[in-house]
Every structure is written in structure tokens, then in C-alpha cells.
Design a protein. Structure first.
Length: 207
């Protein structure tokens, strides 16, 4: 399993995250980021080309996987703003309280072990005037798909690097101390249990 997690999984995840339908989702939200940006779960840096360099001062890219961050280095070098890669988890963000203008999280809340703690950390580091920008797959609205998600989830988590198919993304964000400003949801092209997407923006509840 160690060999799989180190060598095979990063390539599988990168492949799934590079699908055309997923890249179209990034295009919808990443350009909204501004100022000092924290991206939680940077992965292989697939969002980096979608940031608007005229609006972004710096991006801190946090990810506990050195295999993923190694693959992000080239994309980080290719953009016109500073990128600092940090090999740590979202549950314990090494940034000052109220220090970033935007937190970006895409296709990562499914994989974070303690997602509630990570949301609290995102709320802590965000300035009161700041914005959370998210795009995640999660719990589907249709009973049949939802049953399949719940059923497959235990096996999926083991082969998918801890990815949960059935997390209620809006609820998770709100529980973390955020108020949704915009929320969109639909199936994107792909395997239905893993393709119901939620995306939008949120602000701190007490700002
Ligand atoms: C499916 S990938 C998505 C990567 C990237 N956000 C994207 O949109 O392409 C999930 C990422 O979450 C990262 N991850 C897993 N646990 C995490 C944690 N506790 N904190 C932050 N990132 C985590 C994984 O290492 C992986 O890079």
C-alpha cells in the first residue's frame, strides 16, 4: 500500500483532477482569488495557471503530500506571482490569524481527515473582509446515487487516498464558521458518485 500511495496514487489523482470537466470548474472560481491567498490542498498545482496575476500578490500552497508538491513545482515557477509551497496539513495552518484575503480549496475537503478542524483553521487565517472560494465534489441529491456513494465509500477511501464520496460540502463549510455568499451545484461529466460538484464563495459568519 505504501508503494501505491507514493507512486501510483499521485498519478491517478493528477489524471482525475486534470479531466476537461474538472478544469472547466477551476476556470469558474480560481480567477476570483485576490491579494494574499492560501490554497489548502495545492496538489500538483493545477489551479495555479487560473489565478489572475494582476489580482494576486502571493499564494501559499499547503499540502501534506511531498509527492504532490514535487509535481507542483514546475507550475509554481511558471506563474507571475510568488508561490510558497508548504508541506503541511489544513488542520494546522502555519499562518497568522486574519492574515489572508482569500482561501481557495478545490477537490480537497473530501480527503482531509479532520475536515471540521481544517475549516476552523481556514476561518482563523482569513481576514474579516476575506473570502473562501471552493469547488468540491460531494453528497449527491438523488437517493439512488447517494446510496451508492454511502455503500462504496469505505472501499473508495482506501484506494482514493482518503477521499470521501459523500461529504455534505455546504454543511461542512457553514459548520466551520462561514456564511455562503454563492452556491452552485450540478453533476459534471464523469462517474456520477464522484461528479456531483458544489462551488461558490463564502465569508466569515462574524466579519
Ligand atoms: C484530489 S487532490 C486535489 C488537489 C488540488 N486541490 C486540485 O484541485 O487539483 C486532494 C489533495 O488533498 C491533499 N490533502 C489530503 N489531506 C490533506 C490535509 N489534511 N490538508 C491539506 N491537504 C490535504 C492531498 O495530498 C491532495 O493533494
Amino acid at each position: 500500500m505504501r508503494l501505491y500511495n507514493k507512486h501510483i496514487l499521485p498519478n491517478l489523482v493528477h489524471f482525475a483532477c486534470s479531466l476537461k470537466s474538472v478544469m472547466r470548474q477551476r476556470e469558474k472560481i480560481v480567477p476570483l482569488a485576490r491579494g494574499r491567498v492560501l490554497e489548502v490542498g495545492l496538489g500538483t498545482g493545477l489551479n495555479l495557471p487560473f489565478y489572475d496575476a494582476s489580482k494576486v500578490n502571493k499564494v501559499w500552497g499547503l499540502d501534506p503530500s511531498s509527492e504532490m508538491l514535487d509535481r507542483a513545482k514546475e507550475r509554481a515557477r511558471a506563474v507571475n506571482f510568488e508561490v510558497e509551497l508548504i508541506g503541511l496539513s489544513g488542520e494546522d495552518i502555519p499562518l497568522e490569524t486574519s492574515s489572508v484575503d482569500t482561501v481557495v480549496v478545490t477537490y480537497t475537503l473530501c480527503s482531509i481527515i479532520d475536515a471540521d478542524q481544517a475549516m476552523k483553521e481556514m476561518a482563523r487565517v482569513l481576514k474579516p473582509s476575506g473570502e473562501l472560494i471552493f469547488c468540491e465534489h460531494g453528497a449527491a441529491p438523488d437517493a439512488g446515487v447517494r446510496r451508492l456513494q454511502d455503500c462504496i465509500n469505505p472501499i473508495w477511501k482506501r484506494v482514493g487516498g482518503g477521499c470521501h464520496l459523500n461529504r455534505d460540502i455546504p454543511e461542512l463549510i457553514e459548520r466551520g464558521g462561514f456564511k455562503l455568499k454563492s452556491l452552485n451545484a450540478m453533476y459534471i461529466t464523469g462517474w456520477r458518485p464522484a461528479s456531483f460538484n458544489y462551488w461558490g464563495t463564502a465569508e466569515l459568519t462574524i466579519s
